[in-house]
Design a protein around this ligand. Structure first.
Ligand code: UFG
Length: 327
């Protein structure tokens, strides 16, 4: 019988792509999501892509009673991939208590259930945000963590600490945190993708919704950063590659390959692109004239994560020089 994996937040952006990859690998997936930032139709899409509909339960994992009842019902779960969390950086500054409550209580309920029901493994959705603005690029696992820039970021740092301490203290519990850089893109079927409820906070869904006419124009947050074109730089990773990283982490745990009860890994490409480069690449690839304007920096934003390979900086600087001569 195939191994059963719980994916919390499994109808969300990274969650849904991970459910697809886990099912493609033959795992039996149960999804828990409260649908606060995703839609139930995602399950139809997953079924279309993989030929299999994951089991689904709708509730919020901060609810201890519902969480208990869930684990009483699903007794075959061997590992958890935990995505379910609030993730809007700006909103977290406005509503810190809601963010700490939702993101931390759900994690602790899950860890308590792991101990109670002898579920040994968890893969946790963490973020490069735990590094703050690093002094040196590329960011590696040896890069020191810095105080978070937002309550959202702090929930990730504190969650990591809770998991580390719990895994160390509890015989038989092993956890891996994956610190993602910026996931973008969609499954090649285009049946699932990044579909947040309401106005998107993140760059790529804002670009695509502007191109589709749902938003008036894209606002580029700041062009006065210390980068070749002045816009901020991120390390963008394809969401399907990121989803596959979760399958690797799950297999590492199931096959007892981990070197410590708590491990963390960065997941990115190791290369950076600026906001402006991304916008230009979108326009070039789609032929859609995207309306955009530059506004002030967004509070809490980091200047750069990904290093830009030297050759690319030289070419790029050359192009910028040519461009400025023309004007
Ligand atoms: N940006 C714009 N205009 C927009 C949206 C974003 O210019 O409308 C810029 C941002 O200023 C930033 C870059 O595009 O320079 C990427 O921004 P995103 O919001 O897409 O992602 P972040 O790099 O801010 O990532 C943050 C956290 C992650 C978290 C992610 C998801 O650092 O940990 O948001 O919410 F996972």
């Amino acid at each position: 019988m195939s191994k059963q994996i719980l994916v919390t937040g499994g109808t969300g952006y990274i969650g849904s792509h991970t459910v697809v990859e886990l099912q493609n690998e033959g795992f039996d997936v149960v999804v828990v999501d409260d649908l606060s930032n995703s839609s139930i139709e995602v399950l139809d899409a997953i079924e279309k892509i993989t030929g299999k509909r994951p089991a689904f339960e709708k509730f919020n994992l901060t609810d201890q009673e519902k969480t208990n009842a869930f684990f009483e019902k699903y007794r075959r779960i061997e590992a958890i991939v935990h995505f379910a969390a609030y993730k809007a950086v700006g909103e977290s500054v406005e509503k810190p208590l809601e963010y700490y409550h939702n993101n931390l209580v759900s994690l602790m309920n899950l860890l308590g259930s792991m101990r109670k029901h002898k579920i040994p493994y968890m893969v946790f959705s963490s973020s490069c945000t735990v590094y703050g603005q690093p002094e040196k690029l590329p960011v590696t696992e040896d890069t020191p963590r810095k105080p978070a820039e937002s309550p959202y970021g702090n929930t990730k740092a504190v969650s990591e600490d809770i998991m580390r301490d719990f895994a160390r203290a509890t015989e038989g519990i092993n956890c891996i945190a994956l610190r993602y850089f910026n996931p973008i893109g969609a499954h090649p079927s285009a049946l699932i993708g990044e579909l947040p409820v309401g106005v998107p906070n993140n760059l790529v869904p804002f670009i695509t919704q502007t191109a589709a006419g749902l938003r008036d124009e894209l606002k580029i947050f700041g062009d006065d950063y210390n980068t070749p074109d002045g816009t901020a730089i991120r390390d963008y990773i394809n969401v399907v590659d990121l989803a596959k990283a979760h399958v690797v982490a799950i297999n590492r745990l199931l096959n007892n390959k981990q070197k410590a009860s708590y491990e963390f890994f960065n997941v990115g490409t190791g290369e950076g692109y600026s906001v402006m480069q991304l916008v230009k690449a979108f326009i070039k690839a789609t032929g859609v004239e995207l309306k955009y304007s530059v506004v002030g920096r967004r509070a809490g934003d980091i200047e750069k994560y990904g290093p830009i390979p030297r050759m690319r900086i030289m070419n790029w600087a050359g192009r910028l020089r040519k461009h400025s001569k023309k004007h």
